[in-house]
Design a binder for this molecule. Sequence first.
Ligand code: AMP
Length: 126
Amino acid sequence: MPIDATQPYDPENIFAKILRGEIPNETVYEDDAVLAFKDINPQAPIHVLVIPKGEYVSWDDFSTNASDAEVGHFVRTVGKIARDLDLVEPGYRLLANIGGNGHQEVPHLHVHLFGGRPLGPMLARG
Ligand code: AMP
């Protein structure tokens, strides 16, 4: 079920549990402020989720309430992870789902990073 992007942060969400080490993950990258791990249900040969370690429900929450330093570091780190995965020359896709119409299911901001094959048109029809 999609979430309401304006809901308060739920510390029991699955990515909060991953950040606390309560649930395993296949880490691709980690620093003090960012974790990137493989999506459990990959939609492309490379499907990585990049999340800030801070408690932000959605892109809306993050872009409103995170500091310029947090936002800057997060954006630069998403780019670095894609470069480290050699995705720049073949190309890749970033996606953030926000709230109901965006079909966001996990209420902790995450950016999907897809690559490894031609990804086709931007959105499925219907
Ligand atoms: P979204 O619809 O943007 O909220 O996407 C949530 C994503 O989280 C989906 O692509 C799921 O496959 C993924 N996901 C859910 N649980 C886990 C988990 N434990 N480890 C890795 N990815 C997960």
